[in-house]
Design a protein around this ligand. Structure first.
Ligand code: HEC
Length: 187
């Protein structure tokens, strides 16, 4: 019995490889090899507009995507951070700032990222500017809105960061870069 198992698994093993590098080999389970569903961007004969991916019906909200509350004029409200900050959140905010923002703003917020110095993108304001000393004018909800909706030449980064992570980055920017511009790194 054991011999049979070893023998047949060897057969399956060798059948699944083929000589050519770019070939996927023999297909034993066709349902898995060839999906019968439509790919997101493929044509689709079942819908009038011929597309697989449909636009959501008007007035609906995708699960997990709460829209940002707006004032009567349609401007985004400045919210409070709904998440409690712990050591992990600070670290995450820092890491995501360095990944997502430092290309322009620089790691310490001097506005000297590579996209600016080498790429010629308009320089963002330095995080050491005097106006940031009035830190209460800039709650982390302010930074959150800059990330979410963009600001002047800075495009929105809502696609790059989940809402939750935008809060961690905002807290990090406000408390560690804007508030104490002289000290380089506090954590
Ligand atoms: C593509 C380059 C670029 C990236 C990436 C970028 N920014 Fe900016 N940012 C700018 C520029 C340019 C400005 C100045 C915009 C203006 O005044 O027109 C700016 C302005 C700001 C301001 C100041 C807004 C004010 O009141 O003057 C903050 C805060 C800020 N960015 C935070 C961030 C954070 C946090 C990230 C990462 C999620 C980020 N930025 C990513 C280019 C960038």
């Amino acid at each position: 019995m054991a011999k049979l198992v070893v023998f047949s698994s060897l057969i399956v093993f060798f059948m699944s490889c083929s000589g050519q590098r770019n070939s996927t080999g023999y297909s034993l389970i066709n349902d898995m090899m060839y999906a019968e569903t439509y790919e997101a961007f493929s044509d689709n004969p079942y819908f009038d507009n011929g597309q697989t991916m449909q636009t959501p019906p008007e007035g609906t909200i995708a699960r997990g995507k709460m829209p940002h509350p707006m004032d009567a004029d349609g401007n985004p409200l400045v919210l409070e951070n709904p998440y409690e900050m712990n050591e992990y959140h600070w670290q995450r905010g820092k890491a995501l700032y360095e990944k997502t923002c430092s290309a322009c703003h620089g790691v310490t917020g001097k506005g000297d990222g590579l996209v600016v110095t080498k790429g010629g993108f308009p320089a963002p304001p330095k995080f050491s500017e005097r106006r940031w000393r009035k830190i209460d004018k800039y709650p982390s909800g302010y930074v959150y809105n800059v990330i979410t909706f963009g600001y002047g030449n800075m495009p929105s980064h809502a696609q790059q960061l989940y809402s939750e992570d935008r809060w961690y980055v905002s807290e990090y920017v406000r408390e560690k870069l804007l508030r104490k511009p002289k000290k380089k790194k506090r954590n």
